[in-house]
Design a protein around this ligand. Structure first.
Ligand SMILES: Cc1ncc(COP(=O)(O)O)c(C=O)c1O
Length: 442
C-alpha cells in the first residue's frame, strides 16, 4: 500500500463503516472507461458504474472537455431570477426523452433533493387546485429515496430511519414486492405480484381517504435496497388506482433513468406514464452532481398559472439548481448517449449479461439471482447471526481480485457501465464466481 501524506480521521464517510474502512482503506485515484485504478496501482473493473451513475464509462473526453470549457467560461450564475442558456437546453432535451407530456424540468443537485422537490411539487399542485387537504404521501417498504427527511419518510429502509426520530407526518407505506418463494431466479420482470398494488385501494385509501392522499412514490426498479424488480403488471395497476382517485404517481428513476434498464426510463419499459419522474446520477454520467424532477405539463400549468402575475409561483429551489458545470456535463452526456446509441447498446448486451449472471446459480449460499436490463441482484443466504457479513466478504474478495461490486445486506448488486463488453462481463462473472466459491469455504 502507498504511504499517504494525509490523515483519514477527519472525513466522516457517508454510509460507510468508518472504523473498519480507516483500518484497511480502499482508495481509488483515477478512472478510465470500465476501470478504476487504486492508490497502489491496481486496475479494478467497475461492476457498479460507480454508484449506479457512470452509464457511459469513466472520464469520457467529450464530457471532461465540456466541463473544462464551461468552468473557464462561466463558473457560476445565480439560479434565482437569472438564467443562462444551458439548463434551458438540457430541460428541452430531457422533455423530449421523457414519456407522455412530462415536459417541464425542475433542477436539484442530487437524487435526495430531486425527491424532496417532487414531494413538495405534489403538495403545491394539489393546493393550487384547491385540494390543499391532500397531504398524505405514500411510499413503499424497502424503498430508497435518498437521505433527506422527505426521502427517509417515504423510504422504507429501517436503519436509514431508526436514529432520526420524527419523519414527515402523514406518510404510509405499501408492502414491498420481493418474494423469494414465488419469484426466485426470475429473468426479467417476475410473473407473481401484480396484485400487491391493490393494497393501495384495499388498505391505504380506506384508511386515509383518497381525498387526503397527495402522491404515491415508488422506484420502478428498487436498486439500493437490493435490486427488487417490479412484477409484471404491478406498476400498471398502481397507475390505474392512482388515476381513479386523483392521486399523483411519482417514479423515482434516479437509478433506472438513462438506459440502465434499456430504454431511457423504466417508465418506457413498462409503458406507464407517471406524473413525475425524479432523476440524477446518469443525467451527468456521474461527473458533476445534479438531480431533477420531470413534471407533467398539467402540474406545471396548475402551479404556475394559479399564482398572480409577476409573483414567484413555487417557493422552492437551490443555489446550485441548473449549475453551469452540471448542465454542461448533462449536455455532453446526452450527446454521448445519443452518438453511441447507448440505450440501444444497453438493450443489446442485456441478454448476455443475464445469461452470464444466471450461470452463478449453483454457487454456495446463492438463494436468488434476478435481473432487468443492465441490473442484476444476487441474494445470499445470510450467515446465522451475522447479517450482511457473507456478501461483504464477497465484496472484499472481489475488490482484491480487481472487481468492484456493491452489497446491501446479503444482496450483491451489479450495474456496470453500459459500455461493458462481453469479455468484461465474462471477467466480472469469473471473479465474482471465484469470490462466491472461496467465501463458501469459510
Ligand atoms: C432511487 C433513488 N432515489 C434517490 C437517491 C438519492 O440520490 P443521492 O444520493 O444523489 O441523493 C438514490 C441514490 O442511490 C436512489 O437510488
Amino acid at each position: 500500500m502507498k504511504s499517504r501524506d494525509y490523515d483519514l480521521e477527519a472525513f466522516w464517510m457517508p454510509f460507510t463503516a468508518n472504523r473498519q474502512f480507516k483500518a484497511a482503506p480502499r482508495m481509488f485515484v483515477s478512472a478510465k472507461d470500465m476501470h478504476y485504478v487504486t492508490d497502489d496501482g491496481r486496475k479494478v473493473l467497475d461492476g457498479t458504474a460507480g454508484l449506479w451513475c457512470v452509464n457511459a464509462g469513466h472520464c469520457r473526453p467529450k464530457i471532461v472537455e465540456a466541463v473544462q470549457k464551461q468552468v473557464a467560461a462561466m463558473d457560476y450564475s445565480p439560479a434565482f431570477q437569472m438564467g443562462h442558456p444551458s439548463p434551458f437546453r438540457v430541460a428541452e432535451r430531457i422533455a423530449k426523452l421523457a414519456p407522455g407530456d412530462l415536459d417541464h424540468v425542475f433542477y436539484a443537485n442530487s437524487g435526495s433533493e430531486a425527491v424532496d422537490s417532487a414531494l413538495k411539487i405534489a403538495l403545491a399542485y394539489h393546493r393550487a387546485r384547491g385540494e390543499g387537504q391532500r397531504t398524505v404521501l405514500v411510499g413503499r417498504e424497502r424503498a430508497y429515496h435518498g437521505a433527506g427527511f422527505g426521502g427517509i419518510s417515504v423510504g422504507g429502509i429501517p436503519p436509514n430511519r431508526k436514529a432520526f426520530g420524527s419523519m414527515l407526518p402523514r406518510v404510509d407505506h405499501l408492502a414491498h414486492t420481493h418474494n423469494l418463494k414465488e419469484n426466485a431466479f426470475s429473468r426479467g420482470q417476475p410473473a407473481w405480484g401484480a396484485h400487491l398494488a391493490d393494497e393501495l385501494e384495499t388498505r391505504i385509501i380506506p384508511l386515509h381517504d383518497a381525498s387526503n392522499i397527495a402522491a404515491v412514490i415508488v422506484e420502478p426498479m428498487a436498486g439500493s435496497t437490493g435490486v427488487l424488480i417490479p412484477p409484471k403488471g404491478y406498476l400498471e395497476r398502481l397507475r390505474a388506482i392512482c388515476d381513479k382517485h386523483g392521486i399523483l404517481l411519482i417514479f423515482d428513476e434516479v437509478i433506472s433513468g438513462f438506459g440502465r434498464l434499456g430504454p431511457c426510463f423504466a417508465a418506457d419499459v413498462v409503458g406507464v406514464v407517471p406524473d413525475m419522474i425524479t432523476i440524477a446520477k446518469g443525467i451527468t454520467n456521474g461527473t458533476v452532481p445534479m438531480g431533477a424532477v420531470i413534471v407533467r405539463r398539467g402540474i406545471y400549468d396548475a402551479v404556475v398559472n394559479s399564482a398572480p402575475a409577476g409573483a414567484i409561483e413555487l417557493f422552492h429551489g437551490y443555489t446550485y439548481s441548473g449549475h453551469p458545470l452540471a448542465t454542461a456535463a448533462a449536455e455532453a452526456s446526452l450527446d454521448l448517449y445519443q452518438e453511441e446509441d447507448l440505450f440501444k447498446r444497453s438493450q443489446a448486451i442485456a441478454p448476455y449479461f443475464e445469461n452470464a449472471l444466471h450461470s452463478l446459480r449453483e454457487m454456495p449460499h446463492v438463494v436468488d439471482i434476478r435481473n432487468l436490463g443492465m441490473v442484476a441482484g444476487i441474494e445470499l443466504e445470510p450467515d446465522a447471526g451475522k447479517p450482511g457479513a457473507r456478501a461483504f466478504n464477497v465484496f472484499l474478495r472481489c475488490f482484491e481480485k480487481g472487481l468492484l461490486i456493491r452489497t446491501t445486506g446479503d444482496i450483491i448488486a451489479l450495474s456496470p457501465p453500459l459500455i461493458i463488453s462481453e469479455s468484461q462481463i465474462d471477467e466480472l462473472v469469473d471473479i465474482l464466481g471465484g469470490a462466491l466459491r472461496d467465501s463458501g469455504r469459510d
